[in-house]
Design a protein around this ligand. Structure first.
Ligand code: SF4
Ligand code: SF4
Length: 324
């Protein structure tokens, strides 16, 4: 089960919600920070033993020895990564999308495979199963890194599924009535692990790349005028993907914003979007968040609040037929 937590705009509270949900989520889980341009889930969850793996994109490098400057490679490149100046061929690896067409079309075999660093994947399976991606500074293209991250997610889930010791370590809590047995010797299967993904913000390529591969989408929405506008855009974009979608309204009950709250409720009602949680606005929360603390650890009341949201999400997922 892959659960993407997304939002129409940055600052809606997506990461703080993801961190708190991961903290109270009582099923087997893998935390994924896919906000690769500005990952910060690790600041809350504090994974300490991350392995780093660099990710590269194969790009062409020209060996000019036999190049006839025919220009075929330039003509076939849809991304303007190859140009011809007089009789000289120039390659701009930063523009390359690694489609491979230029390699295929060059009759003189003048192009060999080089690489461009996209960024890194950082991960661990113990004690907190965790995966994050981070783009190289200056790298503009994130979907190839996200695709590698999706492959790594499957690899980690497979390792977790086969880790018999890990399968015995979780403790049950009050949400477990809806779950598979915890802390037992019952072997877990691949499907028992929930991947909770802090998605890139907005609705551009990175966010779409992540949400498209998810089973369930949680949209974190802020009932301010800008937040509501971006939330509607996000909903309009993501609903094309036909993924079960629920909403968590963050910063509700802001003084003087009763109309914003009402508009958000009305939109969700009219759009048949289930609201699985409402998080009240509080300056204390903002201060807590700024210190890198997890909201469910603020007090018993906040822990219970997120446990209820987690339960609502699990009920929603079950009703959508995504949980056994
Ligand atoms: S297709 Fe090959 S031979 Fe032609 S310009 Fe490109 S590199 Fe040179
Ligand atoms: S691999 Fe594709 S995108 Fe990259 S330079 Fe060659 S044709 Fe252009």
């Amino acid at each position: 089960m892959k659960i993407a937590i997304a939002s129409g705009k940055g600052g809606a509270g997506k990461t703080s919600v993801a961190a708190a949900l991961l903290q109270v989520w009582d099923r087997k889980k893998l935390a994924v920070d896919a906000d690769v341009e500005a990952p910060n889930l690790h600041l809350f969850l504090k994974p300490e033993n991350l392995h780093e793996e660099k990710v590269y994109l194969p790009v062409p490098v020209l060996d000019p020895t036999n190049c006839t400057a025919c220009g075929d490679c330039r003509n076939i490149c849809q991304y303007k990564a190859i140009i011809k100046m007089g009789q000289q061929i120039l390659i701009y690896p930063e523009m390359c999308h690694a489609c491979g067409a230029c390699f295929l079309i060059c009759k003189e075999n003048c192009l060999r495979e080089g690489e461009r660093e996209l960024g890194s994947l950082l991960y661990q399976t113990n004690p907190i199963p965790y995966l994050m991606g981070r783009t190289r500074i200056g790298e503009a293209m994130t979907p190839p890194l996200l695709k590698k991250m999706q492959a790594k997610t499957e690899e980690i889930l497979s390792a977790l599924t086969n880790d018999t010791e890990l399968n015995k370590t979780d403790k049950p809590n009050e949400l477990s009535s809806i779950d598979k047995p915890h802390g037992s010797d019952t072997p877990h299967t691949f499907d028992d692990f929930d991947t909770i993904i802090d998605s890139p913000p907005g609705v551009s390529c990175p966010a779409m790349t992540v949400v498209r591969e998810s089973d369930v989408l949680l949209l974190v929405a802020e009932p301010t005028p800008f937040g509501f506008y971006d939330f509607k855009l996000a909903h309009a974009a993501f609903k094309q993907l036909n993924i079960p979608t629920a909403v968590i309204i963050n910063k509700i009950n802001m003084q003087g914003n009763e109309e914003g709250d009402a508009l958000m409720h009305a939109y969700c009602h009219d759009s048949n979007l289930r609201i699985v949680g409402e998080i009240p606005f509080s300056e204390e929360v903002a201060r807590f968040y700024a210190k890198g603390m997890i909201l469910s650890e603020l007090s018993q009341e906040w822990e219970d609040r997120f446990k209820t949201i987690a339960l609502n999400i699990q009920v929603f997922i079950k009703e959508e037929g995504k949980l056994p």
